[in-house]
Write a protein that binds this ligand. Sequence first.
Ligand SMILES: Cc1cc2nc3c(=O)[nH]c(=O)nc-3n(C[C@H](O)[C@H](O)[C@H](O)COP(=O)(O)O)c2cc1C
Length: 196
Amino acid sequence: MAAHSPLIVGIGGTTGGSSSTETALRIALAAAEALGARTLLFGGEAIAALPHYTAKSSTRTAGEAALVTAVRDASGLILASPGYHGNVSGVVKNALDLLEETARDARPYLTDLPVGLIATAYGWQATGSTIAALRAIVHAFRGWPTPFAAAVNCRLSRFDANGAPSDPEVAEQLALVGRQVADFALRIGAPLDIAS
Ligand SMILES: Cc1cc2nc3c(=O)[nH]c(=O)nc-3n(C[C@H](O)[C@H](O)[C@H](O)COP(=O)(O)O)c2cc1C
């Protein structure tokens, strides 16, 4: 275990049964853990339970508060979205919009944080456009998208009941996302004191 064990927060997935997006995210988080990171997952069910984000509201649910607190404590993030109509799903985007709550922190949004990206879809076109959209969101949040983003084409590659992908190369690509985020976080060291 590294002297500083960075917290890597995973956000992503879908609801209504097993989610290849969430499974892919779990593989990336496991690889980050293997490098000494701590991880916290906000999977499909957790983010789908968040209310529609309203910037003007002064009250937040426990689920909203938990996600914002986790991101404030994080040294890195991994985002995973299905490609829905060529873009980030509404559920994932709503969870990310909630990070507007950190706008007035000493470390606003995802400033200086490494952020790994994963997209799933039934074809390559939507994986590419969804990764590009996620990257633009991370830039807007002042974060640092890590160099390799993983695209999972669910038409070609599936996950078994234990979460193992049919294509070992997919597992390696997802692990690379997790390793790049953990490695960046370990190099940066302990997060800044972001108390507002
Ligand atoms: C509303 C909706 C829109 C979708 N749009 C696309 C799309 O534009 N291109 C594509 O390749 N797959 C599309 N898909 C397939 C999803 O990307 C695929 O179901 C998802 O990656 C699987 O993730 P999951 O197992 O985590 O649910 C769509 C699926 C849904 C439900």
